[in-house]
Design a protein around this ligand. Structure first.
Ligand SMILES: NC(=O)C1=CN([C@@H]2O[C@H](COP(=O)(O)OP(=O)(O)OC[C@H]3O[C@@H](n4cnc5c(N)ncnc54)[C@H](OP(=O)(O)O)[C@@H]3O)[C@@H](O)[C@H]2O)C=CC1
Ligand SMILES: CC(C)(CO)C(=O)C(=O)O
Length: 304
């Protein structure tokens, strides 16, 4: 299968390298600076699940240089989505399906609007990964899950083909029959986890030690359930309890990618995540006071 990775950052780099390791033909569509870095140093992933290096990754900065593509894995941050719409359109015109692995929900409709409903699959990931100064991927969690699935029944066949490929790769892939619900479950979890860790500038362990602070994360989960329900995703109390359990059982030093970005002084995905929830809530007349408060607290740190 011919795979294109758009956004060879932490997630794109990780899953691209794992798919290359599994024998897929992988091309990294990147911007100029990243192209130079990948050509000079190759792409290495450092992971407790096994290291892997692509010495000379197939890299391009122009989608027109890619003759064929079956799958495009989109791994940019929410604030970079606009910049990849045109390259994605070029590749989807060649027949490629687009599998976004971003956190959040608003991007699904945006991609469908630009590429057509049938070209966009549902996808998300549970992993803790980041890039080091040389652009290598550091994977630090004992999980590396890629959950994907059809948003339309016509996409069932391609998802089965993807599952056949992903099963050969060194990550945990799940072809979900209800990817929309999975997307909302992840969105709820991430808004609570990234919200509380980024706002307090603390890893989850220290937050858990303060019941009043941890309570805010629980309130964020409840608000996200209300929002998900308003958008037709049947999140139930048990899903919120599962998410709470995850927050309780994560390693004490675990933190969100948004908090890692705050620590590094990078641009934060606040508008895409909490901003997105507030916009969606306004459209349905729901009030999200905790989400709004967290958004306001993080806002001064948003811009790099
Ligand atoms: N990191 C994590 O542990 C997890 C992240 N996520 C989610 O996954 C998504 C991606 O996050 P992550 O991998 O951490 O992000 P990174 O910042 O590590 O990677 C994003 C990459 O996108 C590239 N990019 C931006 N614009 C373009 C463009 N126009 N063309 C090509 N490449 C481009 C950037 O390259 P450049 O060098 O050119 O800026 C960068 O390398 C986010 O939504 C995040 O919330 C989900 C689960 C876990
Ligand atoms: C919660 C986590 C680490 C799970 O993948 C994540 O998605 C993020 O921090 O962006």
């Amino acid at each position: 299968m011919k795979v294109v990775i758009v956004g060879a950052g932490a997630l794109g780099g990780y899953f691209g390298a794992r798919l290359h390791e599994a024998g897929a033909e992988v091309t990294f569509l990147v911007r100029e600076k990243r192209a130079v870095q990948l050509k000079e140093h190759g792409l290495r992933i450092s992971s407790q699940k096994g290291d892997y290096t692509i010495k000379n990754p197939n890299v391009t900065t122009d989608p027109n240089n890619i003759p064929e593509a079956d799958l495009v894995l989109a791994g940019v941050k929410g604030y970079h989505l606009d910049g990849i719409l045109e390259p994605l359109r070029v590749l989807s015109n060649k027949g490629a399906y687009v599998l976004p692995v971003l956190n959040g929900i608003e991007h699904i409709e945006l991609l469908q609007k630009h590429l057509g409903n049938k070209a966009v699959l549902g996808g998300l990931s549970f992993i803790i990964a980041t890039l080091d100064n040389s652009g290598h991927v550091i994977h630090s969690s004992d999980f590396h899950d890629l959950i994907f699935g059809p948003l339309y029944t016509e996409q069932t066949e391609i998802c089965e083909k993807l599952q056949a490929l992903f099963t050969k790769a060194n990550f945990h892939a799940i072809n979900s029959e209800n990817i929309l619900e999975e997307l909302w479950k992840k969105y709820s979890f991430i808004n609570a986890f990234s919200g509380i860790t980024t706002a307090t500038n603390l890893a989850i362990g220290e937050i858990r030690e303060q019941p009043k602070t941890f309570q805010i994360a629980k309130e964020l989960l409840k608000e996200m359930k209300q929002l998900a329900n308003a958008y037709g995703a049947e999140l139930k109390d048990e899903h919120i309890e599962e998410a709470e359990k995850k927050l309780i059982t994560l390693q004490a030093e675990a933190t969100s990618s948004m908090h890692q970005d705050r620590r590094k002084g990078l641009h934060l995905e606040l508008e895409h995540l909490h901003g997105g929830a507030i916009r969606l809530a306004e459209k349905t007349g729901i009030n999200l006071p905790y989400t709004k408060a967290i958004y306001g607290i993080i806002k001064p740190f948003e811009k790099a």
